[in-house]
Design a protein around this ligand. Structure first.
Ligand SMILES: C[S@@+](CC[C@H](N)C(=O)[O-])C[C@H]1O[C@@H](n2cnc3c(N)ncnc32)[C@H](O)[C@@H]1O
Length: 298
């Protein structure tokens, strides 16, 4: 299947008057319904091979930092990629990986993604009784000792952000960073984890190139429901980022410059993550809105 994106013709007003008229581009390719779709009513093992198939070349070196029970790899033909599995359960932490600098083409990251899996005491971890298998599969099975001591949803975010230095170090320039996440309601507040991650990773030089939605087939049974406040989540995401921090300036952004500038949203993200976060996990020097002191606000 040809997955190259069709080139769209330029609008006339996009071509500056000082420029000679650009030749009109013609669309190539053939009409087909055989395309990879963004939303799937399926499980991770069905969707992950499609994410890889579209974004990672066959034979590439892929480091899966949270290999877990290798569910993601169940439908990926053995030998299609050079797989480097690691996991806390295999003795490696994503904060200190045993790989050379710029040695992998893609990183896969699927940490415990809900706040209930980052509780202080083991008894308070989400997933008990009939859900113990879930706890076993999705958390590291113990209370997280490392980190700043942030709690609840902040602990989830911190885990997602704490991988950035190692992901950047081991990824080759323009390599892919595939992140699994799910939004959550924490302390009765809507936490759109995928939005937070897209903002935060972009501030560290990752462009969000693609997004897949995975919808559960079965409906969860909710016990002790008094009054429903938020739609019950039955979907999660694969986000596909491209490493761009090696470039002098970021070429792509998910956010329109005027939105970034006028609303200073990234300025806000920078404030959130700057003093504390950058001190802990390293500064990103390449991005203009971070280097611009007027945007720092701290
Ligand atoms: C959601 S599961 C991953 C499931 C996996 N994608 C699969 O296909 O089976 C999260 C995994 O993160 C691992 N983990 C938790 N903390 C970790 C850490 N600091 N370093 C490496 N792995 C960690 C857990 O051991 C668990 O296997």
């Amino acid at each position: 299947m040809d997955t190259s994106e069709p080139m769209l013709p330029l609008d006339a007003e996009d071509v500056p008057a000082s420029h000679p008229r650009a030749p009109r581009r013609r669309q190539g390719g053939v009409a087909s319904t055989d395309v990879v779709m963004s939303a799937h009513m399926a499980d991770n093992a069905e969707v992950f091979p499609q994410v890889l198939g579209l974004h990672v070349e066959k034979g590439a070196t892929v480091a899966d930092l949270t290999y877990g029970k290798e569910v993601f790899w169940r439908n990926v033909p053995a030998g299609a990629y050079r797989l480097l599995p690691s996991d806390l359960k295999l003795g490696q932490c994503w904060r200190a990986l045993p790989y050379e600098d710029a040695s992998v083409d893609a990183v896969v990251f699927d940490p415990p993604y809900m706040e209930g899996l980052y509780r202080r005491t083991k008894d308070a971890l989400a997933g008990s009784g009939t859900h113990r298998a879930f706890q076993e599969a999705y958390s590291n099975g113990s209370v997280r000792a490392e980190g700043s001591g942030r709690k609840y949803h902040d602990a989830v975010l911190e885990a997602y952000l704490s991988v950035i230095p190692e992901a950047k170090r081991i990824l080759r320039p323009s390599g892919r960073f595939i992140v699994k996440c799910q939004d959550e309601v924490s302390a009765n507040r809507q936490k759109l984890t995928h939005v937070e991650l897209i903002w935060a990773y972009e501030a560290h030089g990752f462009y969000c190139k693609d997004l897949f939605v995975v919808v559960r087939r079965n409906a969860p049974v909710v016990s002790r429901l008094l009054k429903q406040e938020h739609a019950r989540k039955n979907h999660s995401y694969f986000l596909v980022f491209q490493r761009q921090d090696h470039r002098r300036r970021i070429d792509y952004s998910n956010f329109s410059p005027w939105l970034r500038d006028d609303l200073e949203i990234l300025g806000t993200a920078t404030v959130c993550f700057s003093s504390e976060f950058f001190a802990q996990y390293g500064q990103t020097e390449t991005l203009p809105w971070i280097d611009n002191p007027s945007r720092k606000g701290v």
